[in-house]
Design a binder for this molecule. Structure first.
Ligand code: HEM
Ligand SMILES: N[C@@H](CC(=O)c1ccccc1NC=O)C(=O)O
Length: 260
């Protein structure tokens, strides 16, 4: 069989995956499904790139690491822009099918949680949203126990001869790392003396900024669509989402900015 556009990309399979639940169906439900599915595809790509990045740090491949970080941030900038499309969904349009979502919610996106764990925002209680032993649960459990992107970066710095304390390198990976003044001292030295690694640090700050921008755009979009209603996932809604803003995943890189 010759490869064609549709056979290679499995277009027929892909186009079967949009199945509205509302009667009619309601016109706007397709947009809601398509947006979420495209986010999940990009989350898959991000996990693919970030897992690769961990391997690049382990192998000391600084140039390719920087290249990969730039790609990751380019994807985030696209994800942030996609919120523009959902902002055209009015409260009435969303209400036309919201009931059908029942208790389903972005809370349950296991790829989003995997990304958070990989960045370093570890929280074992997030596993409670998944069936113990299920594929999703096991994926998250594996990510919970694995070293984070930041751990891989610090190991790379140690390998390059920087003095990262052993307690930092051999920490319990299943919890969020504490900010470290010893690490911050190393980072300041990197910024002063190693331009390429300092570019890597800046690319990490770009990604941290993008993550926070996505959260901000999501919460404003939620506020204009459902106001102060509770979330389908059982949270207070906008109030809960606001409490997740301004939490950097690489706090040491923010802390050193007051030191130059
Ligand atoms: C009309 C559109 C949307 C509304 C009204 C909305 C609303 C909400 C609300 C209220 C929550 C809090 C959890 C809950 O109780 O349900 C939430 C969480 C979340 N949403 Fe959305 N959302 C929308 C679109 C999106 C899109 C397009 C994504 C992209 C994947 C997304 C991803 C998430 C994620 C990952 C969380 C969990 C955040 C966390 O716990 O830090 N949402 N959303
Ligand atoms: N949590 C939203 C519902 C929602 O947006 C949603 C529902 C199912 C699958 C993904 C969703 N998107 C993000 O939370 C709400 O409370 O209306």
């Amino acid at each position: 069989m010759t490869v064609t556009y549709s056979s290679y990309l499995k277009v027929d399979d892909l186009l079967k995956c949009q199945q509205p639940l509302s009667e009619g169906p309601e016109h706007d439900e397709l947009l809601f499904i398509v947006i979420h599915q495209s986010y999940e595809l990009w989350f898959k790509q991000l996990l693919h790139e970030l897992d690769f990045l961990v391997r690049l740090f382990n192998a000391g491949e600084r140039n390719r690491a920087l290249h990969t970080l730039k790609r990751v941030d380019a994807i985030y900038r696209t994800l942030i822009q996609q919120v523009d499309i959902l902002e055209t969904l009015t409260p009435l349009e969303f209400m036309s099918f919201r009931d059908r979502l029942s208790t389903a919610s972005g809370f349950q996106s296991y790829q989003f949680r995997e990304l958070e764990f990989l960045y370093g925002a570890k929280d074992s209680t997030k596993l409670e949203n998944y069936e113990p032993g299920s594929d999703h649960y096991l994926r998250l459990q594996k990510r919970l126990q694995a070293p984070t992107l930041w751990d891989a970066f610090l190991r790379f710095l140690a390998h390059e001869g920087h003095e990262i304390p052993a307690a930092v390198l051999e920490r319990d990976f299943s919890v969020t790392a504490e900010p470290s003044t010893a690490v911050q001292k190393v980072l300041i030295d990197v910024y002063r003396n190693d331009p390429l690694v300092s570019d890597i640090c800046e690319a990490l700050v770009d990604i941290d900024t993008s993550l926070q921008q996505w959260r901000y755009r999501h919460v404003k979009m939620v506020e204009r669509t459902i106001g102060r209603k509770m979330g389908t996932g059982g949270s207070s809604g906008v109030g809960y989402l606001q409490s997740t803003l301004f939490k950097p995943v690489f706090p040491d890189l923010w802390a050193i900015r007051s030191e130059f």
